[in-house]
Design a protein around this ligand. Structure first.
Ligand code: BEZ
Length: 211
């Protein structure tokens, strides 16, 4: 069954390039990104894994652990590592799951048979400290993902988890945010002491509260 926002992220134990791990134990109280790629030794996937490795310090800053997955075996992941480093200049620095029996791919509905009946699509799940799914993305094999966008979304998820705000189109960390309509003007005075601009009664823009 498809995983929806707010669902509890299914737990699993997996063989990875960093040993066998239990997802919940590995994740702990952090945020996590679980993402699948279709196949080792393929061009787009090679660029993606290198891109995520390059951004690992940015994920760390956001208290977010990253874990990749494909249905290829561990020895394939191990030999592919060299190519990722050669091509992108970035060593694989996060665990890569070898989901050969497709147990996790099935749990997370990562195989879309009308696209490909054996390989995982490019799925992304962002999971919060409460183990609930906060974001899902699905890209086809032919389109590499933009991992800066993933960081941007994590910034929004983390901000909106703490403050009664939402982030507008194309928002980036540090920019103005929107006071959620559920907050009355009266309550907003206390919660947003920097004030706001009401572009419409339902669209109140305020400086990012944690800045
Ligand atoms: C790729 O990573 O380039 C790729 C993987 C599977 C199917 C098509 C492309």
């Amino acid at each position: 069954m498809a995983i929806r926002l707010g669902d509890e992220a299914p737990d699993f134990t997996a063989d990875t390039t960093e040993g066998t791990l239990n997802f919940r134990e590995w994740k702990g109280d952090s945020w996590a990104v679980l993402f699948s790629h279709p196949k080792d030794f393929t061009p787009v996937c090679t660029t993606e894994l290198g891109a995520v490795a390059a951004l690992k310090p940015e994920f760390d800053k956001r208290n977010t652990k990253v874990i990749g997955l494909s249905v290829d075996p561990l020895d394939s992941h191990e030999s592919w590592k060299g190519d990722i480093a050669d091509v992108t200049g970035n060593e694989l620095n996060f665990p890569l799951i070898a989901d050969t029996d497709r147990k996790i791919a099935d749990l997370y509905d990562m195989i879309h048979p009308n696209a490909n009946d054996t390989l995982t699509v490019r799925s992304v799940f962002v999971i919060g400290p409460d183990d609930k799914v906060k974001l899902t993305l699905t890209y086809p094999a032919s389109t590499g993902r933009n991992f800066d966008e993933l960081l941007r979304v994590i910034d929004s998820l983390q901000l909106t988890a703490k403050h009664q705000v939402a982030t507008p189109a194309d928002w980036k960390d540090g920019e103005d945010v929107i006071i959620v309509p559920a907050v009355s003007d009266e309550d907003a005075k206390a919660k947003f002491p920097k004030g706001w601009e009401a572009k419409k009664p339902y669209l109140r823009v305020t400086p990012q509260p944690n800045r």
